[in-house]
Write a protein that binds this ligand. Structure first.
Ligand code: URP
Ligand code: ZN
Ligand code: ZN
Ligand code: ZN
Length: 467
């Protein structure tokens, strides 16, 4: 039996439009939108009516970069698929695309199956996978084709982390050539890891062991250089390219220059680069470890270029790179040696709110907020229009958002399984009120009504983002 829900009286905001409309949900999908007066006059009925008067009605967020349970630096990211997707829903995100990992010397299939198993029956919201390629060789190249057909249509390569995830330029070129023929999208971690490792060794030899040195050795120039190199390799291969977690102004300039030439080059940044800086990395008493991620946080001056890139569409997507490690017991591993601090920040719950604050602050428009957080990631990774918009036929992943509520972000109140917040004490305007995932209410006026296992694996088509 299908359940009809009517969301009445709100302002429906998508990447394309802002309309005062009532939204009818039937059987897990958006059935219709109509002017409020019409639905009243025509007597539209539903099993459940949600009053959205004075609120925004938004497509659920699509976070295209998360790492639940990621093994890294001798430990595991502290959010499981269960806790991490619940926190995502609390923050208005209704789809994540997480990264399955190929272990060196092993098949892609083995890694992907392991990630299917980790997530199966655990997720509160829908999910999909990218694949991390840590070992590009003849057989993994062949496997890429099969994964694309199966709905895993994007592959992350690393120019950083030698000995772990690192691929050399020849491997990168070969993977790009393969993606040019099979329709996959290469996602690049663009940092020159070989040079960075030299600087790490030299810094440690000088006794520079504090977290802030993580930011100093991972130089802007080494992000810009790797971004440039990735773009040129993609041109040679005739493949599109998506650069993940762009943090530096000089890297944005490389993307902008490529896009000015009409190349299919795309960029993602993350809330931590937009709202935090090297000032956080320099916090005393090892507190800086809370902010260790790669690419690293940059001096505050870089933020203006990131906002500009988001406005000009030189950057298309804001994802979180959610990869939480507890301060106590995990970040701790790097006391006395910053290179042993597990890399990553929590944020899956905070993205929609922080970006709404950017609307309030005038960095981006309301529709651009929904574009970079919902529609563009859905298009980029082949989930549109099932995800990322409110339109007849789309999945009823809907957020009723109170644009006037004021909240203070804190680890005391967040739902992520991590003992600190990177945004502790920050006051933001706007808050998620009610969340639907495929028509099921998972957050009801700030009460949890979701369940582990409601979320379904969602195979993806190839990239739908046109230049
Ligand atoms: O520091 C980060 N970003 N950790 C997660 C792994 C990655 O490189 O995205
Ligand atoms: Zn009314
Ligand atoms: Zn990365
Ligand atoms: Zn990542």
């Amino acid at each position: 039996m299908s359940t009809r829900t009517l969301i009445r009286g709100g302002l429906v905001v998508t990447a394309a439009d802002e309309v005062h409309a009532d939204v009818l949900v039937d059987d897990g999908r958006i059935a219709a939108l109509a002017a409020h007066g019409t639905t009243v006059a025509e007597g539209w009925t539903a099993d459940r009516v949600i009053d959205a008067t004075g609120k925004y009605v938004l497509p659920g967020g699509v976070d295209a970069h998360t790492h639940m349970e990621l093994p890294f630096g001798g430990t595991f990211a502290s959010d499981t698929f269960e806790t991490g997707t619940r926190a995502a829903a609390w923050g208005g995100t209704t789809t994540i695309v997480d990264f399955a990992v190929q272990t060196r010397g092993r098949a892609l299939r083995e890694g992907l199956d392991a990630w299917y198993a980790k997530a199966d029956g655990k997720c509160a919201i829908d999910y999909a996978f990218h694949m991390i390629l840590s070992d590009v060789n003849e057989s993994s190249l062949k496997e890429m084709d099969l994964l694309v057909e199966e709905g895993v249509t994007s592959f992350k390569l690393f120019m950083a982390y030698p000995g772990v995830f690192y691929s050399d330029d020849g491997q990168i070129l070969r993977a790009m050539q393969r993606s040019a023929s099979n329709g996959g999208l290469i996602m690049m971690h663009a940092e020159n890891g070989i040079a960075i490792d030299v600087l790490v060794e030299q810094a440690l030899a000088r006794g520079e062991t504090d977290p802030r040195y993580h930011g100093e050795v991972r130089k802007v120039l080494l992000e810009a250089e790797a971004t440039h190199r990735a773009i040129q390799l993609a041109r040679v291969a005739g493949a599109p390219l998506y650069v993940v977690h762009v943090s530096a102004e000089e890297a944005v300039a490389e993307l902008a220059a490529a896009r000015d030439k009409g190349l299919p080059v795309f960029g993602e940044t993350c809330p931590q680069y937009l709202f935090l800086s090297t000032d956080n990395l320099a916090e005393p008493d090892f507190e800086g470890a809370k902010y260790v991620c790669s690419t690293p946080l940059r001096p505050r001056e870089h933020q203006a270029a990131l906002w500009r890139g988001l406005r000009t569409d030189d950057l298309q997507v804001v994802s979180t790179d959610h990869c939480p490690f507890c301060f106590t017991g995990q970040k701790d591993l790097g006391r006395g040696d910053f290179s042993k601090i597990p890399n990553g920040l929590p944020g899956v719950e905070n993205r929609m709110d922080l970006l709404h604050q950017a609307v309030v602050d005038g960095h981006i428009s309301r529709r651009r907020w929904i574009d970079i957080a919902c529609a563009a990631p859905a298009r980029m990774f082949g989930l549109y229009p099932k995800k990322g918009t409110i339109a007849p036929g789309a999945d009823a992943d809907v957020v009723v958002y109170d644009p006037h509520a004021v909240q203070t972000i804190s680890a005391d109140t967040h739902h992520m399984n991590v003992d600190y917040s990177a945004y502790e004490g920050r006051t933001v305007t706007g808050q998620v009120e009610t969340v639907l995932s495929r028509g099921e209410v998972v957050v009801d006026r700030r009460t949890w009504t979701g369940r582990a296992g409601h979320g379904l694996y969602t195979p993806r088509s190839t990239c739908q983002y046109l230049n």
